[in-house]
Design a protein around this ligand. Structure first.
Ligand SMILES: Nc1ncnc2c1ncn2[C@@H]1O[C@H](COP(=O)(O)OP(=O)(O)OP(=O)(O)O)[C@@H](O)[C@H]1O
Ligand SMILES: O=P(O)(O)OC[C@H]1O[C@](O)(CO)[C@@H](O)[C@@H]1O
Length: 324
């Protein structure tokens, strides 16, 4: 292995910079030239590829976002687009790739490897935590803590005014953020795409609210099958049909993707970044470096994308039992 390239793709996530830093410095440590591709797969196609030095990644470990920028690329979904990307990498004699991103990024990396054969190892960079082969993804811990801080603040108003708040958190296809900040924030209900949302139960509970508690926090993952928080709130409000109850929606949005990464995310990102380069050197490919039960492991892209990592049943039970 002589020259590797690294890029970030899909939604940015806090900790991606720490991961880029680890990739660059591990490569240099092993005497491998390292190139940074800006704007993900779009940048690969356009040839936005520059050599990086150790100082290129100075003073970034604490920063959110990604110094390599990110993008969602339509062109890479086409065979012609991927051929252009391959030609750019071939011209620079790149013989290894580190792809930092989520399941979409790995789907693209798998197709690209199968077509052109450049060894590729991924690092799980997404706040969604929806990737099999790692207990946590880079950015998830920071996103949960950001959402939790917001919920704590919303709770003050909910309690002061006896209101019912629907708080929408990110998670296009996944409820991990919702479940963790729901547990940590003491939510009454959490609605996630992985399980069927029982609106009748929510309505029944809210009708009886005054008897037990005066306010309520309901966390909704944006991808819930019943709709987003606004849609769900409207349905519930109509069915509760009580003029004395005040319903509010807060959508947290992209604040969850930004900010300085937590210590957990920086450590995870550094471990995965180093493991990706070590993996390429030792012949790993078409797989992701993740951390399971405290150990670095490599999982094929096929499994990372194809297998589901279910939300733990006891987490859902916790919300139900602890909110009575
Ligand atoms: N089937 C595919 N073939 C080729 N490229 C793909 C494929 N699926 C996804 N990609 C590429 O990967 C990019 C990133 O995927 P996506 O937008 O789903 O984000 P992600 O990596 O899942 O991150 P996040 O979970 O943060 O959204 C896509 O914009 C596209 O360029
Ligand atoms: O910034 P964008 O492209 O709107 O992406 C939003 C999506 O990205 C994710 O945050 C993952 O990064 C999803 O949970 C969310 O639906």
């Amino acid at each position: 292995m002589k020259k590797i390239a690294v890029f970030t793709s899909g939604g940015d996530a806090p900790g991606m910079n720490a991961c880029i830093r680890a990739v660059v410095r591990t490569a240099i440590f092993h005497g491998i030239e390292v190139y940074g591709i800006t704007y993900g797969y779009d940048g690969m196609i356009a040839g936005n590829i520059k050599k990086m030095q150790s100082h290129s990644v100075s003073n970034i470990i604490q920063r959110g976002g990604t110094i390599l920028k990110s993008a969602r690329s339509e062109e890479f979904m086409t065979k012609e687009g991927r051929k252009k990307a391959y030609d750019q990498l071939k011209a620079l004699e790149i013989d290894g790739i580190v792809a930092i991103g989520g399941d979409g990024t790995f789907t693209g990396a798998k197709v690209f490897f199968e077509e052109f054969g450049i060894p590729t190892v991924g690092c799980p960079g997404t706040i969604d935590n929806d990737i099999y082969g790692t207990d946590y993804t880079i950015g998830f811990d920071t996103a949960v803590n950001t959402a939790l801080e917001a919920i704590d603040k919303i709770r003050d108003t909910a309690a002061a005014h006896d209101r019912i708040f629907f708080v929408e958190v990110m998670g296009r296809d996944s409820g991990y953020i919702a479940v963790e900040c729901g547990i940590g924030g003491g939510a009454e209900f959490v609605m996630v795409p992985e399980t069927e949302t029982d609106l009748k139960k929510v309505v029944k509970s809210l009708k009886n609210l005054r008897k037990s508690k005066s306010s309520s926090i309901i966390v909704v993952a944006e991808g819930d099958e019943e709709g987003n928080a606004e849609v769900i709130m409207d349905q519930v409000k109509n069915k509760v049909n009580d003029e004395d109850k005040e319903f509010k929606v807060t959508t947290l949005g992209h604040i969850q993707r930004g900010g300085n990464p937590t210590a957990r995310d920086r450590v995870l990102a550094s471990r995965c970044g180093m493991a990706a380069v070590d993996g390429l050197i030792s012949g790993q490919s078409n797989c992701m470096a993740g951390v399971v039960n405290g150990d670095v492991i490599y999982t094929s892209f096929e499994d990372c994308i194809g297998k589901t990592k279910p939300i733990k049943g006891d987490h859902l039970k916790l919300i139900e039992i602890l909110s009575i």
